[in-house]
Design a binder for this molecule. Sequence first.
Ligand code: 4AD
Ligand code: MG
Length: 502
Amino acid sequence: MIDSVTAVRDLAQHEGETVTLQGWLYNKRGSKSLYFLILRDGTGLAQCVVNEEQVDADSFEAASAATQESALRITGTVVADERQVGGYEVQATAVELLSLAEEYPISPKAHGVEFLMNNRHLWLRSQRQWAIMRVRNRIIQSIHAFFQEDGFIQMDPPILTGNAVEGTSTLFELDYFDEPAYLTQSGQLYGEAMALAHGKIYTFGPTFRAEKSKTRRHLTEFWMIEPEMAFYDLDMDMTLAEGLLQRVATDVLRDCADELALLERDTTALQKATEGGFPRVHYSEAVEILRSDETQQMLDAEISDLEAEQAALTTERDENRARYGQAKKGEKRRIDAREIAINGRLDEIEESLRNLPQWKESAANFEWGNDFGGSDETVLTKHFDRPIIVHRFPAAIKAFYMKRDPEDDLLALGMDVLAPEGYGEIVGGGERATDLDFLKEQIAAHSLPQEVFEWYLDLRRYGSVPHAGFGLGLERTVAWVCGLPHVRETIPFPRLLGRLNP
Ligand code: 4AD
Ligand code: MG
């Protein structure tokens, strides 16, 4: 390889100098004697101008032959040009074609989701996916910093386990040398053991759920961050979750402004999240809100707003189509792009208009004691401009390890953080039961085999103390921060019901 290669991201530091860039051809315009090559090197995009008079014949031939996603090495002078992507342009003095790409399957035209998912290994190169992965990386960094700066120890729980954590219905079972084993649903129980050894720990690893749900929030393999703290109660637990999300929102807003702009993310709600003060809503209060007239009115208003937007977009699309025939080339390109955007938005609106009447009904008829469905969470969060924390759920719908509310035995000291803008649950956690006999009863009541939990019960036999923790779902957090309609774009290679490849 060449010894001094410059990253596109660093071009600003090299104005007026000669640099060498390595990357892939993102886009190309030009003809005969002049080519404008947009080079993508993983750190950014840069326009490279190849003028026949300024390069040798081989270089010009390389520029002329290069196809989309061909690998290139380009040497040239860095010139400031604020009209260009990144604010700089490279005036090429040499172009080397490292690998000529076959006809690239992903073009700027609209592709269906299935097609893109089948080509995920290539789709990752597109600008939007690039931005999402950058934000994901920033969030990961932020989470580690938040915990490490506060004295938490990262500890990795096993992935192969002999016991369930979150109930037995969503376990992936496998054969472990003729014994049944499971892919972990959550590292929590191990986290509790580690917290009693270290005080404050967090896990950061893959977790698995064999849920047969095909929703925009469900993956079968996802990454979870699970802090667990000795001598913490539910309030302290909620405060920690709030602090973590504030930190994530602050860091992303500060360091990923370009990525968020590329994703056209309206950052109002993220901004609000940095201010903290997430409303804490008792489960019973949340039920009241769902069943209220105000909720019905809010959803009716949303339906009429969407219908108005649908009508306006349809009119615009019809007008565009009517003048397409007479339009010039540039104008046609704009209309094409707008058509894609309008169709995308119309699909979203149609889906919402299909869903909203059901959501209205589900909210109005919600019964105390039930678990919130995805739509109930969405509806509930529409009442708030920042994340909220719902706490004290009916014990009957929660896991065996939850501590009961000393004020009301029907309630468990659990909490969920619900993200605004319809995203719903991104954190689930709470205070853990500390009493040995109570836990034994709960294990039996949940039809779990006590033998495999003996080690867990030891944590109550030897120095049991109040403790609490939670699990943050990384992909749901990325989806919310980036404003994505589906978690499938939040992880490089998503695992979903019906999707194991690539
Ligand atoms: O609410 P959950 O099931 O909680 C637990 O597993 C606890 N043991 C955590 C703890 O207290 N240590 O899952 C926690 C979070 C959810 O809030 C959600 O963000 C994410 O994990 N999650 C999923 N993300 C994507 N796909 C799925 N199928 C998910 N299931 C849960
Ligand atoms: Mg949960």
